[in-house]
Design a protein around this ligand. Structure first.
Ligand code: RP5
Length: 165
């Protein structure tokens, strides 16, 4: 038996009714489909070269990331705002690199419950030992994972493992 097409439709044409749904369309526009999963933050533009391997490791694993410069002592409000919004923005891990006495990893961890991986960046005077101790000796209650001095690549690889766990 032949099934008749509904009146006014051509054979093979789309028959679903197109009802305008502005709320749904607006919601879809707000979804960042390419939103980053890892935030790489660092205390100075001068840290970029030493932090770059973290981004390379994430890229190799197909993990989207963003890079921001913000200093715990020069821009404390920027660090607070970024870390407070991090989970809501879809970030899963923060990698925080800084040199000298390097408060950034600990301050970041104080403002988010996401995992924070600290990267001690080697400085001019103490070879990064100061930054290493700042990250690795965080007092109990505010955890910071810590990789080696200038160990940004491992920070990227560790972040990838956390995300894929
Ligand atoms: C830290 O102080 C930065 O992370 C950097 O490693 C170090 C020195 O900063 P610059 O004087 O090079 O900007 O805040």
């Amino acid at each position: 038996m032949e099934i008749a097409e509904p009146e006014g439709t051509k054979p093979g044409a789309e028959t679903a009714t197109e009802v305008p749904m502005p709320e749904v369309e607006a919601a879809f526009e707000e979804i960042e489909v390419d939103a980053p999963l890892v935030g790489i933050i660092m205390g100075s533009p001068n840290d970029k070269q030493k932090m770059q391997p973290a981004g390379e490791a994430l890229h190799e694993h197909g993990i989207r990331y963003e890079v921001r410069v913000m200093s715990a002592h020069r821009d404390p409000e920027k660090v607070r705002a970024y870390c407070h919004a991090a989970r809501m923005r879809g970030l899963k891990v923060i990698i925080a690199g800084a040199g000298m006495s390097a408060a950034l990893p600990g301050v970041a961890a104080a403002h988010t419950d996401l995992p924070v991986i600290g990267v001690p960046v080697s400085g001019r005077n103490l070879g990064g030992l100061d930054a290493l101790l700042s990250a690795v000796q965080m007092p109990p209650g505010v955890p910071v994972g810590c990789v080696a001095i200038d160990g940004a690549r491992n920070a990227g690889l560790l972040a990838a493992r956390i995300i894929n766990a």
